[in-house]
Design a protein around this ligand. Sequence first.
Ligand SMILES: Cc1ncc(C[n+]2csc(CCOP(=O)(O)OP(=O)(O)O)c2C)c(N)n1
Ligand SMILES: [Mg+2]
Length: 668
Amino acid sequence: MESALEEAQNITYQAQQLASEEQLMLYKKLLKPRLIEEKMLILLRQGKISKWFSGIGQEAISVGVTAALQEDEYVLPMHRNLGVFTTRNIPLYRLFAQWQGKPDGFTKGRDRSFHFGTQEYRIIGMISHLGPQLGVADGIALAHKLRQEKKITAVFTGEGGTSEGDFHEALNVASVWKLPVVFCIENNGYGLSTPTNEQYACENLVDRAKGYGMEGHVIDGNNIIEVYTKVNKIASDLRENPRPVLIEFKTFRMRGHEEASGTKYVPDSLMEEWAKKDPVENFKKYLIAEGVLTETEDEKLRKALKNEINTHLKKADALPQIASDIETELNDVYAAYTPKEEAPSQHTKELRFIDAISDGLKQSMQNFPELVIMGQDVADYGGVFKITENFVEEFGKNRVRNTPICESVIVSAAMGLSINKMKAVVEMQFADFVSTGFNPIVNYLAKVHYRWNQNADVVVRMPCGAGVGAGPFHSQTNEAWFTKTPGLKVVYPAFPVDAKGLLISAIQDPNPVMFFEHKALYRSIRQEVPTNYYNLPIGKAALLKSGEQLSIISFGAGIHWVLEVLEKYPEIKADVLDLRSLQPLDTAAIYKTVKKTGKVLIVQEDTMFGGIASEISALISENCFTHLDAPVCRVGSLDTPVPFEASLEADFLGKKRLEETLLKLLAF
Ligand SMILES: Cc1ncc(C[n+]2csc(CCOP(=O)(O)OP(=O)(O)O)c2C)c(N)n1
Ligand SMILES: [Mg+2]
């Protein structure tokens, strides 16, 4: 006869250092997600829930890691980590309401499954793209470190997710900055249908720790005692000596990627081998063998948990569904915010465009002690355009942070700073390079308020634009990549006074702002700029010139092209509207000028097709049709990449076609 103890040998527990109560506490926490999942599988078969990513067989990792953290330490789980949520004792009806898309969940029906965060429980859920999570953990840990709080942050990824660039970027940054992050890889053998030998070629994923200069551990992910005691020890150490640690938890995915997709591609032998290592059953047998638990007590425990689950399910079922209301949906895209007006001073100083930006940034750093600037070469070097020159002397290297070359994880880290009560300005060295940070901007920063009411207090500075012979990768003005993404604000000043006041506003605003700075204006445009800390409203255009013949609408360098042409033709009487912000767009000012003149020319530096000019043109056609005396005209650059050679670039730029188009429109 096989004794209970022999069966338990599938996993060797070394629980001696834990009191019986602590072992029982872990068992209860381990059992809870298992029983919830068993219930979910029944509901799934009944068609009562839609999608389910099972964590059966992996519970010891979620539960052990979360139990080792302090309650106010952030944990960033993935799609199989139900045990994180239950260990933090979220009332179950709220989880059920979340999965049912009800208002008592965490996303008002806007995002499904575990795609949510909750500050109340210090859980920051994933976005579908997996990787950004890791950089967000860096940012949260950075905030703790800057405030000298002895707190760690734990973040999860599957072994599949480790192939994403974000994994490498996040580990590297955490190591360079010595951030107290516990990176937890749940290696469950598969990423959807892809086995580990098609995912990576090193022996253990933890071997990568060495390459990033951090320590790594392999832990048996099915052994709750090992997970809990080892993570506990690591966590205590990291709180005192902040640094990142990589842990590879070996485990196995016992069900399909999601319930509908099955496990046909998984060899039976593997399933059988791992079934013997079930984390719940083995621990139960161990506790019984050790006399810590009896069968009767286990029965009682299961009954109590099932009762809790059923009671909460009933409660969730009885809760009302969402009553869709379009106004509420639109209002929740951005965090509500009314800026406190800071008037410009009478006292001014002549500044170049670049100095005005630097001035606004410096005064913002003085005004917000929680503001951090991050970017390549921004510290001692002062940034490639010298915007942050001498900032280190005043604010120190903690707040003016040089970053490795990894836009994606720096944007994600900025998100993490915001989650942990700080503010961030990220400098793209050139706006073109935002493409490698695109994902977290359009998918994380832009959507986070709508999804779970978390603001992204981040400004991304975008030195952009052509006319300086810099070629296809240092010349783009890529505002249209962002104006079409709900959740982002897009600001694009053309003058020093606006640049300073709008940058200050952008930093004050709790929403994510893409701040475009045209490089060609940096050292060519000067103005008397108020010396104080003042702000200007985002979303308000400025009427630069007034005339009856036509309206010219533009922004950024385009405005200066327009003013130059009008200087050549002083007889032309035009309204010139400088948009200053593209999102929100001052449609009232646009309609007003169009209705006044009946003719409109929209000028942008970006390539023509699909640019903001097209959107403005459509709005005018729809809203001012009866006032128009001519077709809405656009000037934009050629639909080619930006060439570097001077004559090619001159032909590329819309400026080349501005005068001709303007005269044609006037003559219409
Ligand atoms: C960027 C991106 N690519 C692909 C997917 C589709 N996808 C979702 S989960 C997943 C597998 C993830 O595997 P792993 O990281 O090992 O986690 P596991 O599901 O095994 O827990 C894939 C391919 C995605 N969500 N995001
Ligand atoms: Mg996996």
